[in-house]
Ligand binder design. Structure first.
Ligand code: NAD
Length: 352
């Protein structure tokens, strides 16, 4: 039996489509924190079978104001890709900085098996990814995070670290106090202790974990070396594009750097500031015990997260497994499927 018939028993040509509305319903149905935990687990499972995936740096189309990227991968059974943009100027125009959608296909037939919105799902998976890295690299007693950049990703990041890593306090800072106020309001009732901060110096005070999720189409120095104390774990997720970084290079030089897929991170991550052979450890190796993560309490660990295709694949296959037997998708008439596969033209003619 074709796998697709599980999802669309009536007609193979119909492809399940998860709209933004249905994604939000599904997230609430599962629960935000349980789903963040599930996604962290799905990513961990897929990182553990790293060698079974096709891997390539994502393909970016750059303009003066942003980037549009395609992120493909396959495990030999399923193929997935995400379309994603990054346009820091959008926010001031009332648009999202990051929007995305993705597709999963059956490698055996090449037919799509899922089309999904991925703006919400990217925020969920990016947060889950930070949680996976933090759990592997932060000191086990880390409880307080500094969240720098309080835009679209920030609440997701905070909740994922609470759900997966057990943090209990988030200090928040953004150059725009309205963003901090928004995040504070959204996170009220989360069980997290929230501390709004007015300066970068204030936000990092006592923080065991620093997460940067700022957006600027430029090399920024959100954090300077003197601000980062011993033993801190940093998730730098906003520097994710050539010419777009967040940390002073001295921090990168002083940290043990962990990455998703080096050929992509060397182009897009904080390490684009460093020599092309700057030493990095692949996170999947830490997760599978093939490499050491944190080696001392005083070490500064840096997850130079740029977002890699396997994480989106994990998120899509998770959604694919969760919508079976639910109302959280629509059947899209997405693939032409004539009764006689060679008679595509006849199908068109009859439709006239
Ligand atoms: P957003 O535009 O909604 O929020 C960005 C926030 O950063 C804004 O509130 C802005 O005021 C603030 N900011 C800008 N410069 C700052 C500074 N110097 N100090 C403090 N705050 C500052 O964007 P978003 O959707 O939250 O995304 C944040 C970043 O994360 C973007 O750069 C995006 O490309 C990146 N991102 C990375 C991944 C990944 O997988 N690594 C995934 C999604 C988004």
């Amino acid at each position: 039996m074709n796998k697709m018939t599980n999802l669309a028993p009536s007609k193979l040509a119909y492809v399940p489509f998860v709209s933004v509305d249905n994604m939000m319903k599904l997230i609430h149905h599962i629960g935000i924190k349980p789903m963040l935990r599930d996604l962290a687990e799905a990513i961990t499972e897929d990182f553990a079978r790293w060698d079974s995936f096709d891997k390539t740096p994502r393909i970016g189309s750059h303009s003066d104001v942003g980037v549009i990227e395609l992120m493909p991968t396959s495990d030999g059974e399923l193929y997935g890709f995400k379309y994603v943009n990054g346009h820091p100027k959008n926010m001031a125009e009332g648009l999202q900085t990051v929007t995305a959608f993705g597709l999963l296909a059956d490698v055996d037939s090449g037919y799509p098996v899922l089309l999904s919105e991925m703006t919400m799902l990217t925020a969920m998976r990016t947060a889950a990814m930070s949680a996976v890295a933090t759990k592997a690299l932060a000191r086990p007693d880390a409880r307080m995070m500094a969240m720098i950049g309080n835009g679209a990703q920030s609440e997701f990041q905070s909740l994922a670290l609470q759900a997966v890593c057990g943090i209990d306090t988030v200090r928040l800072y953004d150059i725009d106090p309205a963003a901090t106020a928004k995040a504070m309001a959204n996170l009220a009732g989360s069980g997290l202790t929230l501390i709004p901060c007015k300066t970068i110096e204030e936000v990092i005070e006592g923080a065991d974990i620093i997460t940067t999720a700022t957006a600027d189409k430029d090399m920024q120095t959100i954090l300077t070396d003197n601000l980062v104390g011993a033993g801190v774990h940093i998730n730098a997720i906003g520097g994710d594009c050539p010419g777009k970084t967040e940390l002073h290079r001295d921090i990168v030089a002083r940290s043990s750097v962990f990455v998703e897929y080096p050929p992509q991170t060397r182009i897009e991550g904080e390490i684009q500031q460093m020599d092309p052979d700057h030493p990095v450890t692949e996170l999947w190796k830490v997760l599978t015990g093939k490499a050491t993560g944190r080696s001392s309490v005083a070490e500064v660990t840096l997850f130079d997260g740029v977002g890699f295709a396997i994480e989106d694949f994990s998120a899509l296959r998770y959604i694919h497994s969760k919508i079976k037997g639910t109302d959280f998708y629509l059947d899209l008439d997405f693939v032409a499927d004539p009764d006689d596969p060679r008679d595509l033209f006849g199908m068109l003619q009859r439709a006239g």
